[in-house]
Design a protein around this ligand. Structure first.
Ligand code: CP
Length: 360
């Protein structure tokens, strides 16, 4: 039995298989109508969501299963102080699979270690959002017909934009990928993606602050919202919130076959006038999210049926003498969690928290 906490939990072959299954679901939905009959999905959303929660729920219903859960922390016993681990153990008594969104980085990982059913990370703080990446991969594949030999521009909040982190991790495994990182200097890509992925695997990338100059070279433009809810300083958010606005004028600088993606919700970083441009793929991307979540639920439930035993945690490289300083990590609020770091770069003596991946 496996969970999906990071997109790196899936091999490239598994990503490709999920994409093929999702395409088949989109073409022949009737084949899948009862594939999850009598199965239950729990959606544990400790943070607001429209697309992820509803597409997970629609996915399970379209597979013939049922759904239970909550859409805000205040209606769960987390509001009384129940831990993520205890919540996960309890939900394991009532459901066959769970999807968890949490504002604390690493919370779904903690849940997966406590649960006896598969746990899917539906977004943890500014860390990861692997099922959004599944939607992004299917969208790029359907829009451009390939997942290799692409120049991908990522624009906006690359620091807190968890979808960007998971997308870079996934796309870096395909051939001929180059990234253009477009952000204000305050919102540059964090180290756990820059060093663990781009530098480690020698993926070519450039960092720029201007969108217009980058436009003509891009095959994919991935716009993101500046993540107001992750800022400690509201004045900094106000200063940065309008850093980038994609307009119909700017679209004239782009290739004719470029695809514009956005995980949504948008605030004002894409003008509504861009919506009618055939290159605007973001609403199709939201639909693709449902197909990919259907494919993922099927896969994880089939694996759990074939092998109900949980995969053992690989403790190689674990060290127990360091303290996480990331204020957004789950270990900051759940004091009983052991502080555990993993050596990620022996030569440079880099250790990262196993929950949030921040350096010590
Ligand atoms: N893309 C995304 O995660 O949207 P929601 O926050 O609405 O789920």
């Amino acid at each position: 039995m496996r969970s999906l906490i990071s997109i790196l939990d899936l091999t490239t072959e598994e990503l490709d298989q999920l994409i093929e299954t999702a395409k088949d679901i989109a073409a022949h939905p009737e084949k899948y109508w009862d594939r999850c009959a009598h199965k239950k999905l729990a959606t544990l959303f400790f943070e607001p969501s429209t697309r992820t929660r509803l597409s997970f729920e629609a996915a399970m219903l379209e597979l013939g299963g049922t759904v239970l859960g909550f859409s805000e922390a205040s209606s769960s016993s987390a509001s009384k102080g129940e831990s993520v681990a205890d919540t996960a153990k309890i939900v394991s008594c009532y459901a066959d699979i769970m999807a968890m969104r949490h504002p604390r980085e690493g919370a779904p990982y903690v849940a997966s270690r406590a649960a006896s059913i598969p746990v899917i990370n539906a977004g943890d703080g500014g860390h990861n959002h692997p099922t959004q990446t599944l939607a992004d991969l299917l969208t790029i594949s359907r829009e451009l017909g390939r997942l290799d030999n692409l120049t991908i521009g990522l624009c906006g909040d690359l620091k807190y934009g968890r979808t960007v982190h998971s997308l870079i991790e996934a796309m870096s495994r395909y051939q001929g990928i180059r990234f253009v990182l477009i952000s204000p200097k305050e919102l540059k890509l964090p180290g756990f993606v820059r060093y663990n992925v781009l530098e480690k695997h020698k993926i070519p990338y450039t960092e720029v602050t201007g969108l217009e100059a980058a436009m003509p070279q891009l095959d994919v433009l991935y716009m993101t919202r500046i993540q107001r809810e992750r800022f400690d300083d509201p004045d900094e958010y106000d200063r940065l919130k309008d850093s980038y606005v994609l307009t119909a004028e700017k679209m004239k600088l782009a290739k004719k076959e470029m695809a514009v993606l956005h995980p949504l919700p948008r605030v004002n970083e894409i003008s509504v006038k861009v919506d009618d441009d055939p290159r605007a793929a973001y609403f199709r991307q939201a639909l693709n999210g449902k197909f990919m979540r259907m494919a993922l639920i099927l896969k994880l439930l089939e694996e759990a049926k074939a092998n109900p035993v949980k995969e053992a945690v690989d403790t190689e490289g674990f060290v127990y003498d360091r303290v996480c300083r990331n204020p957004k990590c789950i270990c900051q609020v759940e004091q009983e969690l052991p502080q555990i770091f993993k050596v990620t770069d022996k030569a440079a003596n880099i250790h990262r928290c196993i929950y949030c991946e921040q350096k010590d």
